[in-house]
Design a protein around this ligand. Structure first.
Ligand code: NAP
Length: 324
C-alpha cells in the first residue's frame, strides 16, 4: 500500500520538470547531465552520489535522503549499473517520483515487470530508456525496412572493453551482462527496426576469472524464416564496429556506428539525418518529458528478453582470464 505521508504523484505541468540524477559515473557525466542542464524541459535540483555528485548542486549519498529533502525533485534519473537499480527505483516510485531508467532497465526481466506494476499502482511514470533507438538513422531505417521483405541480417558489435569501460568491474559481475552491456544496444535497434524474431542458438565465451561473457555469437530466426546472425566481441582493438546489415528483396541497408549513419545500396536513400554529440540522449529526455506530461509509462523489455534468452539457451565456453 502507498505511504500516505509520501508526496502525491507528480502532476502534469507545463513548467520544467524538477529532476534528480542518481549515480554520477561515465554516462551521467557524458550524456545525462549535459542534456538535462541545457534543456528547457528540465531543472536539475540534486544528485545522489557516493563520489561527489555534480558541481553546484546538492549531493546526497542516499536516495532516500534526496527524496525526503528535495520536494522539487519530481522525477529521478537512475544512471547506476543494472545491479541495485531495482531498489533505487522502488524508493523513487514509493516516494511518488517519476523514474527514468538507463539501459538495461534492470538486472532481470522480473525486476522490471515488478517496477512496471508498482509504478502503475502508484500513479507514477516509468520509462525504460534505450538510447540507441534514438540514433539518427534508426527510425529512417525502420521505415525503409517496413516496405521490404527481409532476407538476412548480420549484426557485428565489436569494441574494446578496456577503452570504453576501463576498470568497470560491475560489467563482469552477475547482472552486469558482460559483452551484452553494449550488445543490448544492438538488440534494442534490432527489436525496433526488424519484424519479430527469436533466438535459435548462442555461444557465450566467459573468461575463466569472470562471471559474464566477453564474446558471444548468436543466431535468431525472423518470423517468416530469415536468418539473423549476431557477433559480439569485447576484445576488438583498432577500428571499432557497431553495424547492422539488413539484406532485403529490394536492396541492402547497413547501419553504421550504432545507428549514427546508414548506407543504402540500390536506389533508395534515407534522407538527411540529424547528428550531434548528444542526439540520442536529447531524444530520450524529450520522450521522457512527453511521458511525464501525458502521465504514461513506456517499458519495452524486448531487448532484455532477447538477452535473457541467450543466457538461457546459450552454450558456455570458458576462455582465457581477463584483466584490465
Ligand atoms: P560507471 O561509470 O561505472 O558509473 C556508474 C555509477 O553508478 C558510479 O559512478 C556510481 O556513482 C554508481 N554506482 C552505484 N552502485 C554502483 C556499483 N555497485 N558499482 C559501480 N558504480 C555504482 O558506469 P556507466 O558506464 O556510467 O554505466 C551506468 C549505466 O549506464 C549502465 O547501465 C550502462 O549500461 C549504461 N550506459 C553506459 C554507457 C557508457 O558509454 N558508459 C552508455 C550508455 C548507457 P556514484 O559514485 O556517483 O555513486
Amino acid at each position: 500500500m502507498a505511504d500516505p505521508a509520501a508526496p502525491p504523484p507528480a502532476a502534469a505541468s507545463s513548467g520544467p520538470i524538477g529532476i534528480g540524477v542518481v549515480g554520477i559515473g561515465k554516462i551521467a557525466k557524458d550524456q545525462h547531465l549535459p542534456v538535462i542542464t541545457s534543456s528547457p524541459d528540465y531543472r536539475l535540483f540534486a544528485t545522489t552520489s557516493k563520489s561527489g555528485g555534480y558541481p553546484g548542486f546538492p549531493c546526497y549519498t542516499d536516495i532516500g535522503d534526496m527524496l525526503a529533502k528535495e520536494p522539487d525533485v519530481r522525477a529521478v534519473s537512475l544512471c547506476t549499473p543494472p545491479q541495485g537499480r531495482y531498489e533505487l527505483a522502488v524508493a523513487a516510485i514509493d516516494a511518488g517520483r517519476d523514474v527514468f531508467l538507463e539501459k538495461p532497465p534492470g538486472a532481470t526481466l522480473s525486476e522490471v515487470e515488478a517496477l512496471r506494476v508498482r509504478a502503475e499502482a502508484r500513479g507514477v511514470v516509468l520509462f525504460a530508456s534505450w538510447h540507441s533507438r534514438c540514433a539518427p538513422a534508426v527510425q529512417p531505417a525502420r521505415a525503409w525496412i517496413a516496405e521490404r521483405t527481409v532476407r538476412r541480417v548480420q549484426i557485428d558489435w565489436r569494441e574494446d572493453v578496456r577503452h570504453w569501460h576501463p576498470n568497470q568491474d560491475w560489467v563482469f559481475q552477475p547482472g552486469g551482462m558482460g559483452v551484452f552491456d553494449p550488445g543490448i544496444n544492438a538488440l534494442s535497434i534490432a527489436t525496433r527496426i526488424l519484424p519479430p524474431f527469436h533466438l535459435t542458438s548462442a555461444e557465450l565465451r566467459v573468461p575463466a576469472n569472470r562471471q559474464t561473457p566477453i564474446q558471444a555469437d548468436l543466431a535468431f530466426v525472423l518470423d517468416g524464416g530469415a536468418e539473423v546472425v549476431m557477433a559480439l566481441d569485447w576484445l576488438q582493438t583498432g577500428p571499432q564496429t557497431w553495424d547492422v546489415r539488413v539484406e532485403t528483396d529490394r536492396g541492402v541497408l547497413t547501419l553504421h556506428e550504432g545507428g549514427q549513419r546508414a548506407e543504402v545500396q540500390g536506389s533508395d536513400g534515407l534522407g538527411p539525418l540529424k547528428r550531434g554529440p548528444h542526439v540520442e540522449y536529447e531524444g530520450l529526455y524529450a520522450r521522457f518529458a512527453e511521458l511525464v506530461r501525458r502521465r504514461i509509462s513506456d517499458v519495452d523489455v524486448s531487448p532484455l528478453r532477447q538477452l535473457a534468452d541467450a543466457f538461457t539457451l546459450g552454450r558456455r565456453t570458458i576462455v582465457d582470464p581477463f584483466d584490465w
